[in-house]
Design a protein around this ligand. Structure first.
Ligand code: PLP
Length: 481
């Protein structure tokens, strides 16, 4: 597809302005004149077609299967979009007096309570704007909690399967990061944890089910080990989609959780739009939560700004209100039974796909999985010299989005597949058929896979070069390699 500048034809215009009846000659600097700026010259229909065709190249959940592990790319019902756009919500100003936005405050207040119910925590803040921001907030809460007790702890423990945001958050706040091994079943290695869990550790950050898609069977023992040494346990709730209505981090012994509303509770994501990463805590930690807190008394809903122990604000106003509204609408529409159904369906779908694909790719952790599973392309890499990256690119030729690849780091040539509950058997089978075909290609015609993609608008990109020498201007691109 050509760029607008390549389509430009000298002298072609989109609109014909009327002749000016002003006699004086305009004094416009030369480099601001049409020729000086070098804008493309096109007719209206040229431009409309260009952008309409570009828009149809987008790939999203609304156009096809999106098995991007860890990201929960489920279909988001459109009714939640309508809710987020209701005039009464949309036209509010965040600085409006509380008396004039009781409905919005009630939505936030009720959502906090619903999230407490879902996670088994006792208080929530809706301020953080993504999972990583929730981690930052939660770890700041940990720090404040220890400071209040007159303690200073230097380390935070994460498993070797953890998402990069976990150690990054801990390091950002000045903690030394200790990495604990996973055992041969993919659970946290208890012996390793026992060895490293000392009174110098502020806490453990652990997602469950973990990034291998496995529910850690020893979770209650793990939280006990950490608590015995006075530490706190942080729940990275990115994988909550597997256990809604089935199990609660609060009951497993976790002290702090974040949820990714944009993943689990129905907000389209992946295009760089706003997210939301509410943080929930047990009672002891509530005084440290960010302000303002939303409170309800006989006079209605209001805001409390003062709390001597609060870590302060972590976001302007009340967080990503549109995402909060979608989550509220989604939870209300599904109800407790519906949320449980969603998780059960997500887990069933993942296990079905895992069973279909395990014959064609290696399955390093051979256990019932939760909402996602991790395959390894090591057989293809060693025997056919075809790597997971090639397989991911080949999927694009078949018109499917690739799974998450090379994560978690502990699986060689990892492919992390999360089908979500909103896919039916037909699309799961289609995906499995394609993956099967690619596995056969790796043996019979490996050059087809290593040369992929061939059918996409742009072929294989040099991502290292793109990162090191990004071409940001079309004119410059001519002089670039
Ligand atoms: C997505 C994810 C995060 C980070 O969440 P963001 O909302 O992208 O900031 C953290 N941990 C895990 C396991 C995740 O999948």
């Amino acid at each position: 597809m050509k760029t607008l500048k390549e389509k430009s034809v000298k002298g072609r215009v989109g609109v014909l302005p009327r002749e000016s009846d002003v006699k004086a000659k305009p004094r416009i600097p030369k480099d601001m004149l049409r020729d000086g700026v070098g804008l493309p010259e096109l007719s209206e229909v040229d431009v409309v077609r260009h952008y309409t065709n570009l828009s149809s190249l987008n790939y999203g959940v609304d156009t096809g299967f999106y098995p991007l592990g860890s990201c929960t790319m489920k279909y988001n019902p459109k009714v939640n979009e309508d809710t987020a756009r209701l005039e009464g919500f949309r036209d509010l100003h965040p600085l409006q007096p509380s008396e004039t936005c009781q409905g919005a405050l009630q939505v936030m207040h009720d959502l906090e309570h619903m999230l407490c119910e879902i996670t088994g925590m006792e208080a929530f803040t809706l301020q953080p704007s993504a999972g990583a921001h929730g981690e930052l907030t939660g770890t700041m809460l940990m720090k404040a909690w220890f400071k209040d007790k007159g303690e200073e702890r230097a380390r935070i423990i994460v498993p070797d399967s953890s998402h990069g945001t976990n150690p990054a958050t801990a390091a950002y706040l000045g903690y030394e990061v200790t990495v604990i091994k996973s055992d041969e079943r993919g659970d946290l290695d208890l012996k390793d944890l026992n060895e490293h869990m000392t009174e110098d550790v502020a806490g453990l950050m652990l997602t469950n089910p973990n990034t291998l898609g496995l529910f850690d069977e020893n979770i209650c023992e793990i939280t006990e080990i950490v608590h015995e040494k006075g530490g706190l346990v942080y729940y990275d709730g990115a994988n909550m989609n597997a256990i809604m209505g089935k199990a609660r981090p609060g009951d497993m012994g976790y002290d702090i959780v974040h949820l990714n509303l944009h993943k689990t509770f129905s907000t389209p994501h992946g295009g760089g739009g706003p997210g939301s990463g509410p943080v929930g805590v047990k009672k002891d930690l509530e005084p440290f939560l960010p302000v303002p807190r939303i409170v309800k008394d006989r006079g209605g809903y209001g805001l409390v700004n003062s709390s001597s122990k609060s870590i302060g604000r972590v976001k302007a106003f009340h967080g990503s209100f549109g995402v909060i509204l979608r989550a509220y609408a989604y939870i209300k529409a599904l109800g407790g039974r519906g949320l449980k159904d969603a998780s059960e369906q997500a887990v069933l779908n993942a296990n079905y796909l895992m069973k279909r694909l395990r014959e064609h790719y290696d399955l390093p952790f051979d256990r019932t999985c939760m909402h996602e599973f991790v395959l390894s392309g090591r057989r293809q890499a060693h025997e056919n010299k075809v790597h997971t990256l090639d397989i991911a690119k080949r999927l694009l030729d078949y018109g499917v989005h690739a799974p998450t690849i090379y994560f978690p780091l502990i699986v060689e040539e990892a492919m992390m597949i999360e089908p979500t509950e909103t896919e039916g058997k037909v699309s799961l089978d289609e995906f499995a058929d394609i993956m099967e075909r690619i596995a056969a290609e790796c043996v019979e015609t490996p050059e087809l896979v290593t040369g992929a993609p061939q059918k996409t608008p742009v072929k294989r990109l040099d991502d290292a070069l793109a990162a090191r020498k990004p071409v940001l201007n079309w004119n410059m691109s001519r002089d670039r390699p």
